[in-house]
Design a protein around this ligand. Structure first.
Ligand SMILES: [Zn+2]
Length: 210
């Protein structure tokens, strides 16, 4: 529970961000594995996973059950109830954190500061308009550490992929709802394609190689 304000173990809020397909969920599960192997106990959370179920799935085929984060889920309440059940919680893995609410990010900070629980958040920074997601902005403001995930995702031109373009009927769209479920496969009605800044700005999707 909340202590006297002195530094204890020095838990941290860390935000790992990168474009789509850069391996964020894979890294989230690897992080969970690494910590669990050291005997630490954690909770794994996600929101709007591509599987549309309460689990984290990755493009390279890994899966792990996860707690679905809804608008009215209070992360501190969640932790308190688990602690009350006698469980130990050392860390939280928060995948798809860009889709959480700003309030959830405040709760992450409270868990770090008052409960000495590490929180590792993974997500996109910017949406299809190249604007920060509100939760990503709050994470950038509050996190102890911000890390750009270094798994290379390339634009079709070979430059480093930076932005997540939404593609409808073969064209980049720049207006609409901030969150629309899509995929990164060619056949999807709404799909997303990672582009470099230059080609995001020009809307040039290149020649799709199959
Ligand atoms: Zn490019």
């Amino acid at each position: 529970m909340a202590g006297d304000g002195r530094l204890r173990h020095g838990a941290a809020l860390k935000f790992f961000w990168g474009p789509m397909d850069c391996g964020k969920s894979t890294m989230a599960l690897q992080m969970n594995y690494n910590h669990a192997r050291q005997g630490r106990r954690g909770l794994v959370l996600t929101r709007i996973d591509r599987s549309l179920g309460p689990q984290i799935t990755t493009r390279i085929g890994l899966a792990h059950e996860a707690i679905e984060v809804t608008d009215d889920l209070d992360l501190c309440e969640l932790v308190r109830s688990r602690l009350a059940d006698g469980l130990r919680i050392d860390y939280l893995i928060c995948d798809e954190a860009c889709f959480y609410t700003v309030r959830h990010v405040e709760q992450m900070a409270e868990l770090v500061d008052c409960y000495d629980i590490d929180v590792f958040a993974f997500g996109l920074a910017t949406d299809f308009r190249s604007c920060l997601f509100p939760a990503a902005q709050r994470l950038l403001e509050l996190a102890d550490e911000v890390t750009r995930i270094q798994v290379e995702v390339l634009c079709w031109c070979g430059r480093q992929g930076l932005l997540n373009a939404r593609v409808v009927d073969g064209a980049v769209v720049r207006e609409g709802e901030q969150v629309v479920i899509g995929d990164t496969v060619d056949e999807a009605e709404v799909r997303y394609q990672v582009l470099c800044r230059q080609h995001y700005r020009s809307g040039d999707l290149g020649v799709r190689v199959r």
